[in-house]
Design a protein around this ligand. Structure first.
Ligand code: TXE
Length: 489
């Protein structure tokens, strides 16, 4: 069965291109999928445009749209095992982590399904004139291009597809060319759930070939993108000539601040999880450990001792606690950041190389790495390396901690550890980040907005604001007793 989904039909690429997908854990072929080109991209946009302008979806009652999302949530739970396996084969991530993702994805569809069913977004305005009926309603934005990355492929897709459909939009989805499978499975579920033809379209292919045209096409009204900062800037510029709405989630270089009074064991435990989860390929990874001067030596010694013990392995290795990087190219990028950090004076405490284990040689593994004595100017501190690399900086007091934490172009997330609740409150309000965790790291819920300040992005996903990204407020003013006004009498 072909894998592009355009105007309600499964189809191969017009020019017959295909792409082989290999598992990053061991290089085994996963499948060969259709690879769209510009003609397929144009056809997908045309289908979405037509479905928006003439199709039933934007005119379907909100409660019915919400019920479709709830059905998708049920189907996702039913098919969880297949989805999790497909996600793990594409990404190399542990099966248990993919299973957690699938639960989160079902919850996301359920959250937006219920939000849309609940309605209540219409606002009646009291103009003071009883003859006027004034209301603000929320309409869909139109045709949405949804472009997603490879680290949490279906999760990041769900954060876009669920609110886009819930609000009554039509979409063209382009998942990362490295991880297409769960997007294919999702489109099958949307079809099964009864989404009308053209309302949801799927393009598989590279960013340059099919991503770019769906960010410039004048028939597209909104582009929602999750990925790297460089691509995000490019997309923002590409969307400018036709003034598209944009929503961007561009990652982070997130601080994890440990004050001297923190619960030592718990803070060490979370410092490891914050950065080494999914080998650091997490936009909210706590990659910059900021530790108070007097705690530094003991804390870093313990982090290093435990980091050395983290077992690596493929999706189905039950002893593994983290997996490979997505690609050889991505591993090379991380290696060059570590090399630059060392050249600039960082001290390598552990990792800094590929594992020796012969069983891991065919995968893109890299050892959990701790770089101590880092300073804010180093590229490994400044840039998002997106790998299992923790940089350590020391601070003397609250002011220095906040200054270091905020010394970044990013502003996605940050964590802080202290038993002093007033200190926690003060620091959390001083951090310029979209999410702040106090004595925790990484949790999120679909009810709470997710997104970044500064160059971490534009707009928010999840929560009511995550739905509002896909809506246009419209003010409708009805004069129930019109009379000549004689302005020009
Ligand atoms: O991402 P890209 P890449 C960061 C991370 C990583 C870096 C580069 O630091 O090392 O980005 O990763 C599509 N027009 N994040 O190169 O390019 C592309 O096909 C339209 C953070 O893999 O951002 C894919 O579908 N689309 C991040 C998607 O954009 C284009 C998650 C993401 O790819 C395009 C992943 C173009 N011109 C990486 N070029 C996070 N925020 O969580 C590419 N694409």
């Amino acid at each position: 069965m072909p894998e592009l989904f355009i105007d309600g039909r499964w189809t191969a690429a017009v020019d017959g291109q295909v792409r082989e997908i290999r598992c990053p854990a061991d290089g085994t072929p996963v499948a060969t999928v259709d690879e769209a080109g510009p003609k397929d991209a144009a056809a997908a946009v045309a289908a979405a445009r037509d479905a928006f302008d003439r199709g039933p979806w934007p005119r379907t009652p909100a409660a019915e749209r919400g019920r479709l999302l709830l059905r998708v949530a049920d189907f996702l739970e039913r098919d969880k095992a297949d989805f999790a396996r497909a996600e793990s084969l594409d990404t190399g991530k542990r099966l248990v982590e993919s299973e957690i993702d699938m639960d989160d994805i079902a919850n996301c569809f359920r959250y937006f399904g219920n939000l849309v069913c609940a309605g209540g977004t219409e606002r009646v305005i009291d103009t003071g004139d009883p003859a006027v009926d004034s209301r603000v309603v929320h309409e869909p934005v139109g045709v949405c291009s949804l472009i997603t990355p490879w680290n949490y492929p279906l999760l990041q897709t769900a954060w876009k597809v669920a609110p886009a459909l819930g609000a009554g939009n039509t979409f063209v989805l382009k998942p990362s060319e490295l991880t297409p499978h769960t997007a294919i499975l999702l489109m099958r579920l949307l079809e099964e759930a009864g989404l009308p033809p053209g309302a949801g379209n799927l393009l598989l292919g590279s960013g340059a070939t099919v991503g770019a045209p769906i960010t410039t096409d004048e028939r597209v009204d909104l582009v929602s993108f999750t990925g790297g900062l460089v691509t995000g800037r490019r997309i923002m510029a590409a969307a400018a000539p036709t003034v598209k709405k944009i929503a961007l989630e561009l990652g982070g270089k997130n601080p994890n601040i440990v004050f001297a009074d923190a619960d030592f064991d718990t803070a060490v435990d979370y410092a490891l999880m914050a950065v080494f989860l999914h080998s650091g390929q997490v936009c909210s990874a706590g990659a910059r450990l900021l530790v108070q001067q007097e705690l530094h030596d003991a804390f870093v010694d313990e982090v290093v001792a435990r980091a050395r013990e983290i077992p690596l392995g493929g999706p189905f290795d039950e002893n593994a606690r983290t997996g490979p990087l997505i690609s050889e190219e991505h591993r090379a990028k991380i290696e060059s950041y570590v090399a630059a950090g060392l050249a600039e004076g960082a001290v390598l405490r552990c990792g800094g190389r590929r594992p020796d284990d012969t069983a891991l040689q065919n995968g893109f593994y890299y050892l959990p790495t701790v770089l101590d004595d880092c300073t804010p100017g180093m590229s490994v501190v400044r840039d998002e390396s997106f790998g299992p690399v923790m940089t350590v900086e020391r601070f003397r007091d609250e002011d220095e901690a906040v200054a270091l934490a905020n010394d970044t172009v990013y502003g996605l997330a940050g964590g802080l550890w202290t038993q002093d609740s007033e200190l926690a409150q003060r620091v959390s309000s001083r951090l310029r980040a979209g999410t702040v965790w106090i004595n925790d790291f990484h949790p999120y819920v679909p009810q709470a907005e997710w997104g970044g300040m500064k160059q971490s992005g534009v707009g928010r996903e999840l929560g009511p604001a995550g739905l509002a990204e896909y809506q246009e407020p419209k003010h409708i003013w009805r004069n129930t007793a019109p009379r000549p006004q004689r302005w020009f009498a």
